[in-house]
Design a protein around this ligand. Structure first.
Ligand code: UDP
Length: 166
């Protein structure tokens, strides 16, 4: 009974996960990453395949403007299809980032060889996946990728349903 109550009291957090063009271009990898999401007990709240215009890429990564990798990054992120997910889980933001591993692929291979970026990343830019780095950026990034999605509505109407069934 106590366990059940504790389990019901857990609050699900949302995060934005993106499979970048380098990974979407490899169908078996795309499938493996989708499976990884499910195997790690994330709830797939929404999912969308999309292609960015260069201007979308520039807007999303505006904070990196001026850095040495910026041009390469915006070009890459608008070079082909991507898959975006809104994922829910307790501590979803940090769990997804743990699964992805460090930004830089060669560092990831050295420090966290079992992570997605270590295993499948091609370069520091073509590093397979994106994940929000905080709850606040998750909300902002979800709005960027899924402007039709209301976090408030989800919290009121969908989250309690998933939480109770968890
Ligand atoms: N990036 C890059 N070179 C770098 C650092 C970052 O090409 O030296 C790219 C990489 O694709 C990364 C993205 O810029 O995922 C955003 O960088 P950020 O520091 O936000 O890392 P993330 O949160 O994606 O790990």
């Amino acid at each position: 009974m106590i366990l059940t109550r504790l389990r019901c009291a857990k609050v699900l957090q949302l995060t934005l996960a993106v499979i970048k063009p380098d990974a979407v271009a490899q169908p078996l990898l795309l499938e493996a990453l989708h499976r990884k999401i499910l195997e790690n007990n994330f709830i797939i709240v929404r999912r969308k395949d999309l292609i960015w215009k260069r201007s979308d890429s520039e807007r999303f990564y505006a904070e990196h403007k001026g850095r040495f990798f910026y041009q390469r990054l915006v070009e890459f992120m608008s070079s082909g299809p991507m898959r975006a997910y809104i994922l829910a889980k307790e501590d979803a933001v940090s769990h997804w980032r743990e699964l992805m591993g460090p930004t830089k692929v060669y560092r990831a291979r050295y420090t966290s060889p079992k992570t997605i970026r270590a295993q499948y990343g091609l370069t520091d830019t073509r590093n397979t996946t994106h994940g929000s780095d905080s709850s606040e950026s998750a909300e902002r990034e979800i709005a960027f990728f899924f402007p039709e999605f209301s976090v408030q509505h989800w919290l009121e109407m969908e989250e309690p349903h998933f939480r109770m069934g968890h």
